[in-house]
Write a protein that binds this ligand. Sequence first.
Ligand SMILES: [Ca+2]
Ligand SMILES: [Ca+2]
Ligand SMILES: [Ca+2]
Ligand SMILES: [Ca+2]
Length: 420
Amino acid sequence: MSDRRVNLLGLCGALILFPTLILAQGTWYGDQDALWKQQAGVSQPLVELATDLRAIARTAAGGGWIAIDGQSEVIHVDSDGVILEVVDTDVGVQSLAIDSLGRVWGTRPGLDDVIVISSGEGVVATHAVGSVPYGISIDGLDRVWVSCSYGNVVQILDSDGDLVQEHAVGFFPTGITAARDGGIWLAEKEGLRRLSSDGVTIWSGVAGVFPIGVTTDLLGRAWFSCQSSHQVVVVGAEGVENIIDVPLRPLGISGNGDGTVTVLCRDGSVVVQLDPTGQIIDQELVETPIGSGDLSGLSRALVVDPLGDVDGDGVSNQAEAQLGFNPFDIASTPAVFIRGDANRDGVVDLSDGIEALLVIFGITNSTCLEALDVDDDARLTLADPIRIFDHLFGGGPAPGAPYPEYGPDPAPTDGFPCTP
Ligand SMILES: [Ca+2]
Ligand SMILES: [Ca+2]
Ligand SMILES: [Ca+2]
Ligand SMILES: [Ca+2]
């Protein structure tokens, strides 16, 4: 390992005194010596490796599975870099994905199949797929999507590994990632594609040179790395939104919980962090950074486990992402409340109507004014406490969401302050 890294680590020790917000999950990548974890722009070695890694899939526990290039092994690593198990895969594995049961699916281009690995049991199943499978991704229905690079098709397997659909796509499909709202994003040698959950092409376009990696971000957009160029292409609901210049030959690319996107630029020897607008906000020099797949776990958290709560802050991964919070960071959490629950005791009753009146007349204060906007019209008026009374005693409409359970404000942009 290089001296530069050692120096950086020393520097990191000094910087830790500052109260910076640190992503709980970090982003994984490889170089020629090791598996690294990058957090807050600084890398730490996790596992020394004899050869390059190829694919990464992060687990819910903050660890991950990695496939090693040129060696027929998939290795399970915990969040501290402890090797939990090594699985012999007979031939090399190109891409990895983790399903809702925690099983690991991997493509084996050399055998035209996919394997299923269960922790502690090794390879538990193999399923034949089309010619030279490359990418693999699990959607929100726990179906497995495989891009067959020589067959120019995408295949959909059910969770038992049985082929349920096959769809023709463009020439040489590679990187694939499930979309938040169903279907997948697909990189092809000469284009970019979006398939619906039925496998129908609902968008395709041409941008960049040889797109190969693809990830989603907090906003549900796709970010494609174009390996023969220096470009990252961002695609949203309306098509191509942005084309970003990065150092040469980006391949690994992954969204992070804070809304940023990490790009591994191999020939540029830089790990780049982009903000949601595509501005480069951080660069770390790393000789030939490699690895593709879900480097941070964001894809798994948002698509495979949207109702889960990775950071345990009481708000689901999906709700956090939709509201712009970090699903991996317990310090980044939207306030939860029950609309109409002015005194915040968990139920809406007469005392809340009275409390709301006292606040509106300036007699007392509230820690969550948003809960007082009972009709959620972004105004605090007498109509709000009246709606509480009307609902309780007159059969009138219930308060707006969130009600009657605790939840975050579904539309916080126009809202009032509410402390967690
Ligand atoms: Ca959460
Ligand atoms: Ca959070
Ligand atoms: Ca109450
Ligand atoms: Ca109101």
